[in-house]
Write a protein that binds this ligand. Structure first.
Ligand code: GDP
Length: 368
């Protein structure tokens, strides 16, 4: 624009127009210039099978995404990876916060990698990460040695969705990791709520980490979780805690005798160790490998994997039905009104549920 002082009024005075200022936005940063090339399903599958960890991470991110387009692509990738999966051992590791899971997994991971070579993926199921927005199992740096190991892949828990949703994503990530050549998978979970059951439904061996407490630890531990454990290990067996740990181990062993023999035919063992000082680790892994040999021999290994595959089919149906119902706009519009009628005593819970469901099924019929 011409400078105002160049106007007739200011005769005799000439002002130059000055230097044109560049845009404050770097033009090369405009969308599209540096955009990462979207990788095709075929290239993603090839990358995974070649063991490319960057591509594997991208695929796991797709699995975890809530975007329907990403979900669809993720499903295609998983389907193509499926024939390359299955040939790993999957170990679930559970314990309450503070039990020493991360310290132990760091030690366990290094131990199994030194013992058998191969590659290890550490995945997690942490339902708390959605509720509190702060993940208990989300911090990679908790496993200092493993995080630096070239043959280890550590992935924090997926965050979005219900426990079922989080667990499904972890289960699907196992398939991708196996296709990428990870022959050992650890699935870490917090020993609170239902997450152990979800973890148990995707692993070959479920290891429960316990602490020796005041002698009444057996009362605090849920019966269900002892029943699904293939091994119970008592951590922090060091310093002046050794006697207490051994006593706790005896109590656990005695308690296990009151449970029916598990379907695997394997009586769970109870061992003491110290994740911090690295003692007793070898014995734990002798136990795990002994179990794997035992169940591969008696057929339970395959039986359990088949049962798990069935379980996940039904879980997936349930999750999809639930999402379809709750994401339906009309359902969303009516559900709060129904809730209020239940609270006001105008309708029973069952009648309200039946009305909402029949409205939903009618809508589906009309859509056809
Ligand atoms: P997580 O919450 O289950 O992952 O537990 P962490 O691995 O973070 O451990 C919780 C605390 O227990 C940390 O302060 C660890 O240093 C400590 N800890 C872990 N393992 C041992 C152990 O074998 N002996 C002792 N004395 N402390 C341990």
């Amino acid at each position: 624009m011409e400078h105002p002082e160049n106007n007739e009024e200011y005769k005799g005075l000439t002002v130059n127009s000055g230097v044109k200022q560049p845009s404050i936005v770097n033009p090369y940063l405009k969308r599209g210039h540096f955009r990462r090339r979207e990788i095709s399903v075929g290239d993603m599958v090839d990358g995974i099978i070649k063991g490319d960890v960057t591509i594997l991470s991208q695929a796991v991110t797709l699995v975890e995404s809530v975007n329907p387009a990403h979900q669809q692509k993720a499903q295609e990738v998983i389907e193509k990876c499926l024939p390359y999966s299955g040939s790993s051992i999957r170990i679930g590791i559970s314990g309450v916060p503070g039990a020493g899971k991360s310290t132990s997994i760091d030690q366990f991971g290094i131990h199994v990698l030194e013992r058998t070579g191969g590659k290890l993926a550490v995945l997690a199921i942490d339902p708390s990460s959605e509720r509190s927005k702060g993940s208990i199992l989300g911090d990679k740096t908790r496993m200092e040695k493993l995080a630096l190991h070239p043959d280890a892949f550590i992935r924090p828990s997926p965050t979005a969705g219900s426990l079922g949703g989080v667990a499904r994503k972890t289960r699907e990530s196992i398939i991708l990791c196996e296709a990428a050549g990870f022959d050992k998978i650890f699935v870490e979970t917090v020993g609170v709520g239902q997450s152990e059951t979800a973890c148990h439904s995707m692993v070959d061996f479920f290891l429960l980490i316990q602490l020796a407490g005041t002698g009444d630890e057996l009362q605090g531990i849920k019966r269900g979780i002892m029943e699904i454990s293939d091994g119970i290990v008592i951590n922090k067996c060091d310093g002046n805690n050794v006697d207490k740990c051994q006593m706790a181990a005896t109590n656990f062993r005695n308690a296990l005798h009151f449970f029916p023999m598990p379907d695997s035919g394997w009586l769970p063992k109870v061992l003491c160790y110290s994740g911090f000082y690295g003692t007793g680790i070898k014995e734990i892994w002798d136990m795990v490998y002994e179990y794997i040999d035992f169940v591969k021999h008696n057929g339970y290994f395959n039986y359990r994997r088949n049962e798990q595959a069935k379980y996940w089919m039904y879980e997936s149906i349930n999750e999809n039905l639930r999402n379809s119902f709750y994401n339906n706009v009309q359902v969303q519009e009516s559900i709060l009104r129904s809730e209020q009628s239940v609270l006001n005593g105008e309708k029973t819970s069952f009648a309200a549920a039946a009305d909402l469901l029949s409205m939903y099924f009618d809508l589906l019929r009309k859509e056809k």
